[in-house]
Design a binder for this molecule. Structure first.
Ligand code: ATP
Ligand code: MG
Length: 441
């Protein structure tokens, strides 16, 4: 009203309307129940990883851009269009992590982990950033839980990574897990296979989409997981990598499948599975949950593979055989099968703490601290002053007891404990409060 009058008289110029800043497209605030779902998942995932012998590591969200451009390579979605890059005021070219593996490999060398007993087994988790096309299950900021085993080429590492991921997903409620798996071979067999593929695609070049024609030059393997309907058709008859595996490669893949059989993990060999990143060798896999029916192709909830040649690509003097995977946590938490895991810190408070007036508020935080030390969680509404309002909130909260702390109690160092059900009240000395509350049911 007043604003209007002033404006009409033209006494004060109207300030230009400021647009309130909005969150970035594809990035979300996570709070309330959702927050606890993520927290519960991460706690459970860490616990399972710990039982299987993995240790935690956290790497910076930003790295030199070159870490990923050389590690992941051209012709991949991430490098071609998805990575967030920036130039610092000092002129450094940095990138915000689109995945963890290259960072973990960097840390392995930088922190001298090659001199530890091998293999080194690490888990990590946190947000990753990709300029993806936001839609169902696809964000620009999303969270991964990662498992990596560095320093062994043994097939048991491949099996252990898959088994640990499957166990984590089962704990999170997954009912029907299927592992899509393939082997894309080693140094010997891969060039032979790629040559075969290129020859095949050259015969069908007229039917390839422009992107896939480009990939024929930069990263022909990627044509195998093209989303283009015409290319998908061509891929049906493409040569498969398993046929051209070296004898060592064949043996490795056979052993991995034997482990999966032994552990009763359902899998299907998918000859078109090459995965988005170019550093993979030998085993590559994706994990799907199919309890929602087969009429819609379920989104992959995790994926990974062996990356025996990544170390040298990053500039290391020698290769480090390694295997890893990432779970897409947002897709897990949003799945219909997700079992809402309660975080460990979540406790249902039995007590609602009512403070009345300044004298009581002044002392109230000391009371909360005393209760915290005794592991008694409370609820409170610090901005309210009247008893009626606070009692009503206490009633709504479902807490079986309320503490009433007014002026008189503050002076006497006492507090009134009220049974919310029968409305009986008792005055208790602050010194004995924790002890008294612990005895209550
Ligand atoms: P896609 O083919 O779906 O793009 P990707 O191969 O790029 O997957 P990975 O790099 O293997 O994905 O990442 C591991 C997991 O992270 C995926 O299996 C998926 O569950 C999840 N993920 C990947 N991209 C996104 C995204 N943009 N939003 C949410 N989750 C994602
Ligand atoms: Mg992708």
């Amino acid at each position: 009203m007043t604003d209007k009058k002033i404006n009409q008289k033209n006494e004060i110029k109207k300030e230009p309307k400021k647009e309130m800043a909005q969150s970035v497209r594809g990035m979300r605030d996570i709070f309330n129940e959702d927050y606890y779902y993520y927290q519960g998942f991460f706690e459970k995932a860490q616990e399972v990883a710990m039982y299987y012998g993995f240790k935690p590591i956290e790497t910076p969200i930003m790295e030199q851009e070159a870490l990923w451009t050389s590690g992941i390579g051209e012709g991949t979605d991430i490098i071609d269009k998805e990575m967030y890059t920036l130039k610092t005021k000092g002129g450094d070219k940095l990138a915000i992590r689109p995945e963890y593996t290259a960072s973990i490999m960097r840390a392995y060398f930088e922190k001298g982990m090659q001199s530890l007993p091998q293999p080194v087994m690490l888990y990590s988790y946190g947000p990753v950033y990709r300029h993806d096309n936001p839609q169902n299950g696809r964000y620009r900021e999303f969270r991964q839980f990662n498992l990596e085993i560095l320093g062994t080429e043994k097939s048991i590492a491949d099996a252990l990574i898959i088994k640990t991921a499957v166990s984590i997903l089962k704990e999170a409620g997954a009912q029907e897990i299927i592992v899509d798996i393939n082997s894309i071979g080693d140094k010997e067999s891969r060039p032979v296979y790629i040559k075969e593929l290129v020859n095949y695609y050259k015969k069908h070049i007229a039917d390839l989409s422009p992107i896939d024609r480009e990939r024929l030059k930069t990263n022909p393997l990627r044509i195998l997981d093209s989303k283009d309907p015409r290319t998908i058709k061509i891929n049906e008859n493409a040569p498969d990598s398993i046929a051209s595996l070296s004898s060592a490669g064949k043996k490795h893949f056979k052993q991995v499948l034997e482990y999966l059989d032994q552990m009763n993990i359902a899998y299907r060999i998918n000859k078109n599975l090459v995965r988005g990143l170019s550093y993979y060798s030998h085993t590559v896999f994706e994990i799907l949950e199919t309890s929602g029916g087969t009429d819609v192709t379920p989104l992959a909830i995790g994926g990974g593979g062996r990356y025996d040649y990544l170390a040298k690509t990053l500039g290391a003097k020698k290769d480090v055989p390694a295997m890893g995977m990432a779970i897409g946590v947002d897709r897990v938490v949003e799945a219909t099968w997700f079992k809402k895991l309660e975080p460990r810190i979540m406790k249902k408070p039995k007590i609602y703490f009512i403070q009345l007036g300044f004298e009581a508020k002044l002392k109230s935080l000391n009371v909360v601290e005393q209760l915290r030390m005794a592991h008694i969680p409370i609820m409170q509404s610090i901005s309210k002053d009247t008893l009626g309002i606070q009692l009503a909130i206490a009633e709504k909260s479902g807490a079986p007891y309320a503490l009433i702390f007014g002026h008189k109690e503050a002076i006497d160092n006492t507090v009134i404990v009220r049974d919310m059900q029968n409305r009986k009240q008792e005055t208790i000395k602050l010194d004995h409060l924790a002890e008294y509350l612990k005895k209550l049911k």
